[in-house]
Design a binder for this molecule. Structure first.
Ligand SMILES: *[C@@H]1O[C@H](CO)[C@@H](O)[C@H](O)[C@H]1NC(C)=O
Ligand SMILES: *[C@@H]1O[C@H](CO)[C@@H](O)[C@H](O)[C@H]1NC(C)=O
Length: 504
């Protein structure tokens, strides 16, 4: 606007400098006058629109937040020169048991399976058994017919672990009909439990593990067992070439669109909302639909859930609207490129728009990749999830809207790779702040933003040791409440030079 005015002005003054008749001068003056009025009207219309934008109702929804410097928004937390360390100790021996076999049925979604498989590698090592490539769950909610080699690079898996555990693709022909011991391992067990379990080799040559999610203990395992878990999880379980290649391409596309991007794990999917009973911000019809789904899903044990109590307790995934308020309060500008790592968002655009009107630059794999590129992926939830995983690992900032297997795995992997920035929402604290907005006690803006940032000062993915269970919790409940091993493999698989010297 200003430029346009300036150039028109200089043009008219050059016309004046020529000799002209009084009539034409008058004409020019008139034209200039008319033009000025025209410009004035245009300009005042702009002011009017600006005023409209500032009118209370709209500004309450879309406040300007102060701009923070890029390093605060994007830089990885200081990591004190820590680095990955997965090498075994000098006394470590690989297990090459070649006449006993462990078969595993891996259950759950992608990240539950990955953690389970890495643990079963360690169990096969402890039990001195040959591991048969795990079968993947085809019956779960995820309904994915993929086999191991569709999702993972099978040869790489076998080769990477060859000095740790013997791994074969199938049971030898002569053992196919041999009797098997069947076990559900008990969760959070340590080495002595599995050493005792080796008694079964007296009677059987094959041990079948019915579910892989009976997890090893998080803590108090020998360093060499913990490091083997890391070698399995971070090195051996690489995705298949088809997934790795497309994942890499999509990351490059994101990086060509913007210097930096946030990967947002927006766990606002129907199953999650139904399972957790979280209905805040949903219509009555939607709440009812979720209740019916929960009622009809047999393996979800808890049916009666008080949505208000869930939410206040910090047990609900953030809604798209809450995520928008959160990101804005953290200081991210509206132009920020956000990749949404998720399945189908519940309610589709009706709910998503509550995020996108604050942050319009939102993309998914469906908008980044062509139909053809996604063809093999769309009916395979675990393979799609693998793409989300890669893009989340490579993002500048990762933000999960809920805790879960994916959020934990990505957070831990980013810690392992050098404490890449992960902002973990304090959902309980945030809900209290959001409720203050809703009741009008607080308004969005710099003081609200200050509260949100203070709450997340130490939730940026910076180095710290894995946390134990909260004090006061006793017995079996402890293990469940500990920070998971793959969520934070520090100190065993992340070392500074001093720590390495002490341990090897
Ligand atoms: C593991 O099993 C093999 C036989 O398959 C045996 O030779 C070896 O001694 C066993 N290792 C241990 C530590 O028990
Ligand atoms: C749910 O919990 C809240 C807070 O404890 C309570 O006020 C409300 O009455 C409960 N609702 C139902 C339906 O029980």
């Amino acid at each position: 606007m200003v430029n346009f005015r300036g150039s028109s002005h200089s043009k008219s003054s050059s016309i004046f400098s020529r000799r002209s008749s009084p009539l034409s001068i008058m004409l020019y003056v008139f034209i200039l006058f008319a033009f000025s009025i025209f410009i004035f009207i245009l300009y005042s219309k702009d002011i009017l629109e600006d005023e409209e934008k500032k009118s209370p109702s709209i500004s309450e929804m879309k406040p300007k937040s102060e701009q923070l410097p890029d390093d605060i928004l994007w830089d990885a937390p200081f990591s004190y020169g820590l680095r990955p360390c997965v090498k075994p100790s000098a006394r470590y021996k690989g297990a090459q048991g070649y006449d006993r076999y462990m078969t595993v049925r891996s259950n759950g979604g992608l990240n539950q399976m990955r953690a389970g498989i890495a643990d079963m590698v360690a169990v096969a090592h402890i039990m001195n058994a040959t591991l048969v490539i795990p079968q993947l769950d085809k019956r779960s909610f995820w309904q994915d017919t993929s086999i191991f080699s569709d999702i993972f690079d099978e040869i790489h898996f076998i080769m990477t672990l060859q000095t740790d555990v013997r791994i074969v693709k199938e049971l030898p022909k002569e053992l196919e009909s041999a009797p098997r011991a069947r076990k559900h391992f008990s969760s959070w067990s340590g080495v002595s439990y599995y050493e005792e379990m080796t008694q079964i080799w007296k009677d059987y040559q094959i041990l079948h593990v019915a579910k892989s999610d009976s997890r090893l203990a998080n803590n108090d395992l020998p360093l060499d067992v913990q490091r083997l878990r890391c070698r399995a999880f971070y090195h051996a379980l690489r995705f298949s070439p088809a997934i790795e290649n497309l994942g890499k391409k999509l990351v490059e596309r994101l990086q060509s669109r913007s210097e930096r991007y946030i990967a947002l794990h927006l766990r606002y999917e129907k199953d999650m909302l139904s399972f957790t009973g979280c209905t805040h911000g949903l219509t009555e019809a939607e709440s009812e639909e979720l209740r019916v789904m929960r009622e009809n899903t047999n393996h979800w044990k808890i049916k009666n859930i008080n949505a208000t109590e869930q939410r206040i307790g910090g047990l609900c995934p953030l809604t798209p609207k809450e995520v928008g308020i959160f990101l804005q309060a953290l200081g991210y500008p509206p132009s920020t490129l956000i990749y949404i790592a998720a399945g189908e968002i519940y309610g589709g655009n009706a709910h998503l728009s509550e995020l996108t009107y604050r942050f319009p630059n939102v993309v998914y794999k469906e908008t980044l990749a062509s139909k053809g590129e996604l063809k093999g992926f769309s009916n395979h939830a675990s393979q799609s999830a693998a793409l989300d995983y890669i893009i989340s690992i490579e993002s500048d900032v990762f933000i999960p809207s809920h805790s879960g297997n994916m959020a934990r795995a990505v957070e831990g992997h980013r810690r392992f790779l050098g404490h890449r920035k992960t902002v973990t929402p304090d959902r309980r604290g945030l809900v209290a702040l959001f409720d203050m907005l809703e009741s009008g006690v607080q308004k969005e803006g710099s003081s609200f933003s200050h509260l949100v940032r203070k709450l997340h000062k130490n939730r940026q993915g910076g180095p710290r040791q894995r946390e134990g269970a909260p004090s006061g919790v006793k017995g079996r409940a402890r293990s469940r409440l500990e920070e998971h091993f793959y969520q934070n493999p520090y100190p065993e698989c992340i070392c500074g030079s001093k720590i390495t010297v002490r341990w090897t």
